[in-house]
Ligand binder design. Structure first.
Ligand code: 13P
Ligand code: SF4
Length: 301
């Protein structure tokens, strides 16, 4: 406990000295989420709020694509990620060359890129989306067919909700692909009356078996507004930890999966990041212009 408090205090002090803010994703551990973060949220909220930041330094407590997005929106600020190895199986599933091949195979079909991608893949696409606005982005384009990359399950889950044809890639989130429809059946059997919320990165049969699906922020809002007696969040483990703090009256059932990338971020390496100004996230200027356009087009919706 000593060192935990010591790190929190040091980080709060360093934030002031360096005029820095910490943006933390909903999957960060409670001591980061509740202890040192200035701005928390889902991927969409972190991108939106990144535009408003006035500090000189942004520490992104999350994974690399989130830090890149923050940098795209703040080209003149220093953006740090405490561990460069915090990647994402979705971002790793596709390259700009893959996108070029897809465009050749589907001429004229717009490419919607999930934010869980590298800046180079974003630059090769027309517009970005997150799990919080995917359906809206698809429908905003006013076309009969779109490509939605790289998450196959997100694309198929969105396809169920719209008349637009959604062509998919074969990327998966290594955390959410582990949930099965059988898990949902067993949860309902073992915990009568449980409300099941699923992230749209889960396989479509899991989302179909759940009561409700949405981004991490949407799941959190659902619990706050509906106040289910017992709930399970089919997503990364820290979600329930963070959300349950505000809802002591709600029983959280916790089968969950850890994201090893999100868990690379710790109080210790956030402290070091601020002390030693590392690791700085940069985006090749040639890529940044087109990638920023795709993100800004999304934010304008
Ligand atoms: P959201 O917070 O946008 O729902 O994204 C979930 C996720 O897996 C981010 O890595
Ligand atoms: Fe990527 Fe899945 Fe981890 Fe999110 S939870 S960072 S989508 S691997």
């Amino acid at each position: 406990w000593m060192s935990f408090e010591d790190d929190v205090e040091a980080i709060l002090d360093l934030k002031q000295k360096r005029n820095a803010v910490i943006l933390a994703h909903n999957y960060q551990t409670p001591e980061i989420f509740h202890g040192v973060a200035d701005i928390v949220g889902d991927s969409l909220a972190l991108a939106r709020r990144a535009i408003e930041v006035e500090a000189d330094v942004i520490v992104l407590a999350g994974v690399h694509f989130m830090a890149e997005t923050a940098k795209l929106l703040n080209p003149n600020k220093t953006v740090l990620i405490p561990d460069m190895g915090a990647g994402c199986s979705l971002a790793d599933s596709i390259t700009p060359e893959d996108v070029a091949l897809l465009r050749k195979a589907h001429p004229g079909v717009p490419v919607i890129t999930y934010v869980n991608t590298s800046a180079a893949v974003k630059a090769a696409s027309d517009i970005c989306c997150t799990s919080g606005n995917a359906k809206q982005v698809v429908e905003s384009l006013g076309v009969p067919r779109v490509l939605m990359i790289p998450d196959e399950y997100l694309a198929r889950n969105v396809a169920r909700e719209t008349d637009v044809e959604v062509l998919a890639w074969h990327g998966h989130c290594e955390v959410h692909e582990l949930f099965t429809a059988d898990d949902v059946r067993q949860l309902r059997e073992n915990h009568p009356g449980v409300t099941v919320l699923a992230h749209p990165e889960c396989p479509p049969d899991v989302v179909a078996a759940a009561d409700f699906a949405g981004s991490t922020a949407v799941m959190s809002d659902f619990v706050g507004q509906q106040r289910p007696a017992r709930v399970v969040l089919l997503t990364e483990c820290s979600m329930s930890d963070n959300v349950s703090v505000h809802h002591p009256d709600v029983e959280f059932i916790r089968p969950c999966n850890l994201c090893p990338h999100m868990k690379r971020i710790t109080l210790k390496n956030i402290r070091t990041a601020l002390q030693e100004n590392r690791h700085e996230v940069t985006v090749d200027p040639a890529i940044a212009v087109a990638a920023r356009r795709a993100v800004e087009r999304m934010l304008a919706i």
